[in-house]
Design a protein around this ligand. Structure first.
Ligand code: NAD
Ligand code: ZN
Length: 363
C-alpha cells in the first residue's frame, strides 16, 4: 500500500506518532505529522481513547459494509483531549480546556443537517471510518463546535465513553424509553451496557439484559441490571417466552445490541404488542426476521445510527450522576499507553482477561 500522505517524511521538533491501519491485520505505530488547526478547528493533545468494536473490525476485515480501508488511516474515535491551540474564529474553546470529541462532523448544509438529524448526512466525515483519520495520536485537530468542554467532575476516561453513551442516548430516544419503561437489552457488550445505564437514567423501571457470556452478564448485574438471561438455546420463540416469564411481563422497548439474526428475532417476539424494537447491532446485511409477527402486533422496528445532538445529554447524564461514575467504571477493564496500542487492540479483539472496554492513554 502507498505511503500515507500525512506520514512524516522528515524529522522535526514536534514528535508525534499515530496508530495507523495500513490494511487487513496491518496496524503500525508510525511517526505522524503534527497538524496545525485550520480556521474553526482546535488542536488537541489527545488523552483517553477507547477501542470500539468497529476499530477492531476494520483491523481484522478491512471493511464494514461499503466503508473500505483503501489508504492508511489513523485509528480511534472514542476520544477526549486537551486544547493546546485554537484556529481562527474559534469562540467556544480556549487553550487548556478539557474536551470530549464528537467524531462525526457533517456537512452542515444538506436537509438532514438543517433538520438536525445530522447523523444521516450523506457527507458526514467520521474519525476512523475510512478514509477519515481518527484520533489515536498525540496531536489531532478537530472542528471546535464538535468538541464539548468537560465539567471538572468528568475524567478523561469517562469523556471517551461519551461516544458510546451518545449511541445509547439516541437508542433510548428512538425507542421511547421513559419513566416506568420495561426494557429488554440484547447483548451485554459495551453498547448493551451503556444502553443499560442510559435506560436506567431515563427512568426505566425494569431492565433485563441477555448475552451468551456469563462474565458479561455479571458485569451487567454490577452495573444495575434488574435481571439477566443467559442465551443457551437456538429456539427464539422459547427464549422470548423465557424473557417474558423472567420479567413477569413483556418489554415495552427492546434495544438490540448484537446484530445477530436470532437475537433480532428474539427481540421482536419478546416485545409487547404496540412496543418498539430499536436496532443498534450491525450484523449480516440481510436477515430473516418474523416480520409478519411484528406487523400483526404493531411492533415498530427502528434503526439507530450513531446519534445527533446527544453529546450534551450524555455529558449531563454523567456529570449529574444520573449515570453513576462507579457503575460506568465496571465496564472499563483495561488501560494501555499509546506506545502499547497493538497490545491494546489484541486485548480488545480476543477479549482476553475479560476485556470489555479497553482505553488507550495518549498522553
Ligand atoms: P460486542 O461484540 O462487544 O458485544 C456484543 C455482545 O452480544 C457480546 O457480548 C456477545 O456475547 C453478545 N451476543 C452475541 N450473540 C448473542 C445472542 N444471540 N444473544 C445475546 N447476546 C449475544 O459489540 P458492541 O461494541 O457492544 O457493539 C454491539 C453492536 O452494535 C455491534 O454490532 C456494533 O457494530 C454495533 N454498533 C452500532 C452502532 C450504530 O450506530 N448503529 C454504533 C456502535 C456499535
Ligand atoms: Zn449534511
Amino acid at each position: 500500500m502507498e505511503e500515507p500522505v500525512h506520514e512524516k517524511t522528515r524529522t522535526d521538533d514536534d514528535d508525534n506518532v499515530a496508530l495507523v491501519l495500513y490494511g487487513v491485520d496491518d496496524l503500525r505505530m508510525v511517526p505522524w505529522e503534527k497538524p496545525s488547526p485550520k480556521p474553526g478547528e482546535v488542536l488537541l493533545r489527545m488523552q483517553s481513547v477507547g477501542i470500539c468494536t468497529s476499530d477492531v473490525h476494520f483491523w481484522t476485515w478491512g471493511r464494514i459494509g461499503d466503508y473500505v480501508v483503501t489508504s492508511p488511516m489513523v485509528m480511534g474515535h472514542e476520544a477526549s483531549g486537551c486544547v493546546v491551540a485554537v484556529g481562527d474564529g474559534v469562540k467556544n474553546l480556549q487553550v487548556g480546556d478539557r474536551v470530549a470529541v464528537e467524531p462525526g462532523v457533517p456537512c452542515r448544509h444538506c436537509n438532514y443537517c438543517k433538520q438536525g438529524r445530522y447523523n444521516l448526512c450523506p457527507d458526514v466525515k467520521c474519525c476512523s471510518c475510512p478514509p477519515v483519520h481518527g484520533s489515536l495520536t498525540h496531536y489531532y485537530c478537530h472542528d471546535a463546535d464538535f468538541c464539548y468542554k468537560l465539567p471538572n467532575n468528568i475524567p478523561y476516561d469517562h469523556a471517551a465513553l461519551l461516544e458510546p453513551l451518545s449511541v445509547a442516548v439516541h437508542a433510548c430516544q428512538r425507542g421511547g424509553v421513559c419513566l416506568g419503561s420495561k426494557v429488554l437489552i440484547c447483548g451485554a457488550g459495551p453498547i448493551g451496557l451503556v444502553c443499560l445505564l442510559t435506560a436506567k437514567a431515563c427512568g426505566a423501571a425494569h431492565v433485563i439484559i441477555t448475552d451468551l457470556m456469563e462474565q458479561r452478564l455479571e458485569v451487567a448485574m454490577a452495573m444495575g441490571a434488574d435481571q439477566v438471561v443467559k442465551v443457551d438455546t437456538k429456539d427464539t420463540q422459547k427464549l422470548a417466552n423465557h424473557i417474558r416469564d423472567t420479567m413477569g411481563d413483556a418489554p415495552d422497548v427492546s434495544i438490540e445490541c448484537t446484530g445477530v439474526e436470532a437475537s433480532i428475532t428474539t427481540a421482536i417476539y419478546a416485545t409487547r404488542s404496540g412496543g418498539v424494537v430499536a436496532l443498534i447491532g450491525l450484523g449480516a446485511p440481510m436477515a430473516t426476521v418474523p416480520i409478519v409477527n411484528a406487523v400483526l402486533r404493531e411492533v415498530d422496528i427502528r434503526g439507530v445510527f450513531r446519534y445527533h445532538n446527544c453529546y450534551p445529554v450524555a455529558m449531563e447524564m454523567l456529570s449529574s450522576g444520573s449515570v453513576p461514575a462507579d457503575k460506568l467504571d465496571h465496564m472499563i477493564t483495561h488501560h494501555y499507553k499509546l506506545a502499547d496500542s497493538l497490545e491494546a487492540f489484541e486485548t480488545a479483539k480476543t477479549g482476553r482477561g475479560g476485556a470489555i472496554k479497553v482505553i488507550i492513554h495518549c498522553d
